[in-house]
Design a protein around this ligand. Structure first.
Ligand code: GEK
Length: 246
């Protein structure tokens, strides 16, 4: 298979403005996310495995902030024997165009694309909701209502998979993890200049929180159990479970 176009967005002379999910980002996104999120391949594979385990006949799966649909497509592949409705939502048109192209190349499938702000997306009859590296881009004051809406739109026993960049409560560990993360990016071929420009571009748009803050908000939204299943330095993935009434 052809390698995806390489992310060189911050390698040239252009000074970064605030980061936006435009055509330029969508064109290199696959390469960018694999080289920028430690454990991304594992997170996508395990998202699909968790979704398969929690699928319920007639219930829906939502992928909120789907980008090019990595999670949706991995879930669809895992469910081939038992297809179910997968709704992939993103407010970036270039990202959804990329996903639609991928779906067309596969000859269709169970993934429906929705061009919508996830804060306006009504969740209904969901057995699984995926929020992979998207909540971090939502203004802090809107996060609680979004999670409450997700919880309320899920069936009993449904799960939310929440993956995020995080901050550590201990400032020394936080600094260490950021250093380790920058080392990871250098090992993945980004220069120090690219890393520092990307950091500046994301400063006002990607607002990470601690695991404790996420946990408290998820519990307040109504989730019964919340647990981290993955962490690599300052990146984590959690599962939140809605109470099973049966
Ligand atoms: C993956 N989950 O590959 N409404 C809808 N979409 C939004 C909003 C919003 N309010 N804000 C941001 N997005 C994907 C990766 S990327 C993560 C997710 C990253 C979308 C935005 O357009 C982008 O596609 C996605 O959320 C975040 O597993 O770039 O670090």
């Amino acid at each position: 298979m052809k390698a995806p176009p390489r992310d060189k967005l911050y390698a040239g002379n252009m000074m970064p403005g605030d980061f936006v999910f435009d055509e330029k980002v969508a064109a290199v996104f696959e390469d960018m996310i694999h080289r920028s999120v430690p454990g991304y391949t594992t997170i996508i594979a395990m998202t699909a495995a968790l979704a398969r385990k929690h699928r319920k006949p007639g219930a829906r799966i939502y992928d909120l902030g789907c980008s090019l649909g990595a999670a949706s497509l991995a879930i669809a592949r895992r469910m081939q024997d038992n297809p179910c409705e997968i709704i992939a939502v993103d407010n970036s048109r270039p990202m959804l165009d990329g996903l639609e192209e991928r779906l067309a190349a596969l000859g269709g499938g169970p993934v429906q694309c929705r061009h919508e702000d996830i804060r306006d997306c009504v969740i209904e009859n969901a057995s699984v909701v995926v929020l992979n590296f998207t909540l971090q881009f939502i203004p802090l004051e809107d996060r609680a209502a979004l999670l409450r809406g997700i919880h309320d739109g899920m069936i009993p026993g449904g799960i939310l998979i929440l993956s995020e960049k995080i901050v550590l409560d201990d400032p020394r560990l936080n600094e260490l993890y950021i250093d380790m993360y920058h080392q990871f990016k250098q090992d993945m071929g980004y220069s120090e200049l690219e890393i520092s420009r990307k950091r500046t571009a994301l400063e006002k748009v990607l607002l990470p929180e601690s695991v404790a803050a996420h946990r408290a908000r998820l519990v307040k939204a109504g989730f019964e159990s919340v647990e981290q299943w993955f962490q690599c330095f300052n990146f984590t993935s959690m599962v939140a479970v809605k109470r099973n009434t049966q």
